[in-house]
Design a protein around this ligand. Sequence first.
Ligand SMILES: [Zn+2]
Length: 150
Amino acid sequence: MMFICDTMLGRLSRYLRMLGLDAPCANSPASAGAWEHTGLQPYFFTKRLKAPRYERTVHIRSDRIMEQLAEIRPIIAPHVMPEAVMSRCIECNVPLVATAREDVEHYIPEYIYHHYAGFKQCPSCKKVYWSGSHTEKMKKWIENIITNHQ
Ligand SMILES: [Zn+2]
C-alpha cells in the first residue's frame, strides 16, 4: 500500500517512511509514480481543499505533525509492520540495504562506528542508518502505534 503525501506534507511523509511505509511526495496521485500495476489504490494525504479529484483523498486538518499522525492513524496502523520499521530511507523513500560496518566507515562518525551495529544504507543518497538512529521519543511513538493496533 502506498501513502502519497502532498508536497506540502513533506514532514508527514518522513514520519511515515520511518514506520517503513511507502510514502512518496507528489502533487497528485497521478504523478506519484507507477502504482496501477499493484492493484492497490494509494491514499492521498493533502491539506488542500481543492485537491485533485481522487477517490482516496484524505484531508489533513492539523498543522502539527503529531496531530496529523493521529488523524491518519486508523488508516496507517494496519499497515505498519514491526519488522519494516526503519527499513526505508527517510529522505528518499527507498528501501535500505543491509551493509557491513567497514563499508560505511566513511559515512558515519567514529563513535557510531565503534559502538553500534546493524548498519543499513540508502542506495540512493548513501545515508547510513543504524540500530539507535531513532531517539527514545521516536521509539516510544512507533511502539505505541504498533502495540495499540494489535
Ligand atoms: Zn536516501
